[in-house]
Design a protein around this ligand. Sequence first.
Ligand SMILES: [Mg+2]
Length: 190
Amino acid sequence: MTKRIMIVEDESIVRLDLSMMLSDNGYEIVGEAGDGEKAVELAFALKPDLIIMDIKMPKLNGLKASEIISNKYNIPILLLTAYSQREFIDKAKKANIVGYLVKPIAESNLIPAVEIALQQAENAKMYEQKVQEMNNELKKRKIVEKAKGILMDKYNLTEDRAFKKMRTISMKKQVTLEKLAKHIIEKYGT
Ligand SMILES: [Mg+2]
Protein backbone atom coordinates (compact mmCIF):
# COMPACT_ATOMS: atom_id res chain seq x y z
CA MET A 1 0.00 0.00 0.00
CA THR A 2 1.28 3.46 -0.86
CA LYS A 3 2.47 5.29 2.21
CA ARG A 4 0.86 8.68 2.84
CA ILE A 5 3.26 11.40 3.83
CA MET A 6 2.66 14.95 4.98
CA ILE A 7 5.29 17.64 4.53
CA VAL A 8 5.58 20.62 6.86
CA GLU A 9 8.13 23.24 5.89
CA ASP A 10 7.88 27.01 5.69
CA GLU A 11 10.22 27.37 2.73
CA SER A 12 8.12 26.49 -0.27
CA ILE A 13 11.12 25.59 -2.42
CA VAL A 14 12.34 23.06 0.14
CA ARG A 15 8.79 21.75 0.37
CA LEU A 16 8.63 21.30 -3.39
CA ASP A 17 12.01 19.61 -3.43
CA LEU A 18 10.97 17.16 -0.70
CA SER A 19 7.66 16.53 -2.36
CA MET A 20 9.32 15.67 -5.67
CA MET A 21 11.93 13.39 -4.12
CA LEU A 22 9.25 11.50 -2.21
CA SER A 23 6.90 11.24 -5.18
CA ASP A 24 9.75 9.95 -7.33
CA ASN A 25 10.23 7.18 -4.80
CA GLY A 26 6.61 6.09 -4.81
CA TYR A 27 5.27 7.93 -1.79
CA GLU A 28 2.01 9.81 -1.81
CA ILE A 29 2.09 13.38 -0.55
CA VAL A 30 -1.28 13.78 1.14
CA GLY A 31 -0.79 17.23 2.55
CA GLU A 32 1.59 20.15 2.81
CA ALA A 33 1.76 22.88 5.42
CA GLY A 34 3.91 25.97 5.83
CA ASP A 35 3.55 26.49 9.56
CA GLY A 36 2.98 24.55 12.76
CA GLU A 37 -0.63 25.52 13.25
CA LYS A 38 -1.63 24.35 9.82
CA ALA A 39 0.43 21.19 10.43
CA VAL A 40 -1.62 20.29 13.51
CA GLU A 41 -4.86 20.97 11.70
CA LEU A 42 -3.87 18.89 8.66
CA ALA A 43 -2.41 16.04 10.69
CA PHE A 44 -5.68 15.67 12.59
CA ALA A 45 -7.67 15.74 9.37
CA LEU A 46 -5.46 13.52 7.21
CA LYS A 47 -3.82 11.14 9.70
CA PRO A 48 -0.84 10.47 7.43
CA ASP A 49 1.50 7.50 7.85
CA LEU A 50 4.44 9.85 8.41
CA ILE A 51 5.02 13.56 8.92
CA ILE A 52 8.19 15.29 7.80
CA MET A 53 8.40 18.42 9.92
CA ASP A 54 10.69 21.42 9.86
CA ILE A 55 11.62 22.75 13.29
CA LYS A 56 11.93 26.44 12.65
CA MET A 57 8.62 27.76 11.38
CA PRO A 58 6.30 30.71 11.98
CA LYS A 59 3.28 30.67 14.34
CA LEU A 60 4.06 27.35 15.97
CA ASN A 61 7.48 25.68 15.71
CA GLY A 62 7.88 22.09 14.59
CA LEU A 63 8.65 20.75 18.04
CA LYS A 64 5.53 22.20 19.60
CA ALA A 65 3.42 21.08 16.66
CA SER A 66 4.91 17.58 16.99
CA GLU A 67 4.03 17.49 20.67
CA ILE A 68 0.43 18.52 20.05
CA ILE A 69 0.02 15.96 17.27
CA SER A 70 1.66 13.20 19.33
CA ASN A 71 -0.70 13.84 22.22
CA LYS A 72 -3.56 12.84 20.02
CA TYR A 73 -2.27 10.54 17.30
CA ASN A 74 0.46 7.99 17.03
CA ILE A 75 1.92 9.38 13.82
CA PRO A 76 5.70 9.09 13.42
CA ILE A 77 7.45 12.39 12.81
CA LEU A 78 10.75 12.96 11.06
CA LEU A 79 12.24 16.34 11.90
CA LEU A 80 14.12 18.62 9.57
CA THR A 81 16.73 20.70 11.25
CA ALA A 82 19.67 22.97 10.60
CA TYR A 83 22.92 21.94 12.23
CA SER A 84 22.63 24.61 14.89
CA GLN A 85 19.25 23.25 15.99
CA ARG A 86 20.50 19.90 17.19
CA GLU A 87 20.19 21.12 20.76
CA PHE A 88 16.42 21.11 20.33
CA ILE A 89 16.35 17.39 19.76
CA ASP A 90 16.46 16.70 23.50
CA LYS A 91 13.24 18.60 23.90
CA ALA A 92 11.63 16.36 21.31
CA LYS A 93 11.64 13.18 23.38
CA LYS A 94 8.06 13.55 24.52
CA ALA A 95 6.76 13.77 20.99
CA ASN A 96 6.55 10.91 18.53
CA ILE A 97 9.78 11.86 16.79
CA VAL A 98 11.50 8.93 15.16
CA GLY A 99 14.50 10.73 13.71
CA TYR A 100 15.80 13.89 12.20
CA LEU A 101 17.50 15.02 9.05
CA VAL A 102 19.99 17.85 8.85
CA LYS A 103 19.48 20.33 6.02
CA PRO A 104 20.22 20.53 3.16
CA ILE A 105 18.36 17.28 2.53
CA ALA A 106 19.71 14.95 -0.13
CA GLU A 107 17.59 12.18 -1.62
CA SER A 108 20.18 9.63 -0.51
CA ASN A 109 19.56 10.68 3.11
CA LEU A 110 15.86 11.33 2.89
CA ILE A 111 14.60 8.06 1.45
CA PRO A 112 16.39 5.64 3.84
CA ALA A 113 15.30 7.81 6.80
CA VAL A 114 11.70 7.72 5.60
CA GLU A 115 11.85 3.97 5.07
CA ILE A 116 13.28 3.33 8.51
CA ALA A 117 10.74 5.65 10.14
CA LEU A 118 7.86 3.88 8.41
CA GLN A 119 9.24 0.46 9.30
CA GLN A 120 9.66 1.44 12.94
CA ALA A 121 6.10 2.71 13.04
CA GLU A 122 4.90 -0.54 11.50
CA ASN A 123 6.79 -2.56 14.11
CA ALA A 124 5.41 -0.45 16.92
CA LYS A 125 1.89 -0.92 15.62
CA MET A 126 2.33 -4.69 15.37
CA TYR A 127 3.73 -4.79 18.87
CA GLU A 128 0.79 -2.80 20.18
CA GLN A 129 -1.65 -5.14 18.46
CA LYS A 130 0.11 -8.12 19.99
CA VAL A 131 -0.11 -6.59 23.47
CA GLN A 132 -3.77 -5.82 22.86
CA GLU A 133 -4.45 -9.41 21.78
CA MET A 134 -2.69 -10.72 24.86
CA ASN A 135 -4.71 -8.42 27.09
CA ASN A 136 -7.93 -9.59 25.47
CA GLU A 137 -6.92 -13.20 25.92
CA LEU A 138 -6.11 -12.55 29.57
CA LYS A 139 -9.43 -10.82 30.10
CA LYS A 140 -11.23 -13.72 28.48
CA ARG A 141 -9.45 -16.18 30.73
CA LYS A 142 -10.31 -14.17 33.82
CA ILE A 143 -13.99 -14.17 32.88
CA VAL A 144 -13.97 -17.93 32.35
CA GLU A 145 -12.15 -18.41 35.68
CA LYS A 146 -14.72 -16.31 37.46
CA ALA A 147 -17.65 -18.18 35.95
CA LYS A 148 -16.00 -21.45 36.84
CA GLY A 149 -15.70 -20.31 40.44
CA ILE A 150 -19.37 -19.44 40.53
CA LEU A 151 -20.34 -22.89 39.26
CA MET A 152 -18.01 -24.56 41.75
CA ASP A 153 -19.72 -22.72 44.61
CA LYS A 154 -23.23 -23.07 43.36
CA TYR A 155 -23.14 -26.75 42.47
CA ASN A 156 -20.38 -27.81 44.78
CA LEU A 157 -18.17 -28.96 41.93
CA THR A 158 -14.47 -29.48 41.64
CA GLU A 159 -12.62 -27.08 39.37
CA ASP A 160 -12.20 -29.76 36.77
CA ARG A 161 -15.87 -30.70 36.80
CA ALA A 162 -16.98 -27.09 36.60
CA PHE A 163 -14.77 -26.47 33.60
CA LYS A 164 -15.88 -29.64 31.85
CA LYS A 165 -19.48 -28.65 32.45
CA MET A 166 -18.87 -25.27 30.89
CA ARG A 167 -17.18 -26.83 27.91
CA THR A 168 -20.03 -29.29 27.40
CA ILE A 169 -22.64 -26.53 27.52
CA SER A 170 -20.62 -24.32 25.25
CA MET A 171 -20.37 -27.07 22.67
CA LYS A 172 -23.98 -28.09 22.97
CA LYS A 173 -25.27 -24.56 22.71
CA GLN A 174 -22.59 -23.56 20.25
CA VAL A 175 -21.54 -20.46 22.15
CA THR A 176 -17.99 -19.51 23.01
CA LEU A 177 -16.71 -20.23 26.48
CA GLU A 178 -16.38 -16.51 27.01
CA LYS A 179 -19.99 -15.83 26.14
CA LEU A 180 -21.19 -18.64 28.35
CA ALA A 181 -18.98 -17.38 31.17
CA LYS A 182 -20.44 -13.90 30.85
CA HIS A 183 -23.92 -15.37 31.01
CA ILE A 184 -23.09 -17.34 34.14
CA ILE A 185 -21.59 -14.27 35.79
CA GLU A 186 -24.61 -12.15 34.89
CA LYS A 187 -27.06 -14.73 36.08
CA TYR A 188 -25.41 -16.11 39.20
CA GLY A 189 -22.56 -13.82 40.01
CA THR A 190 -22.73 -11.47 42.94
MG1 LIG B 1 12.04 26.70 8.53
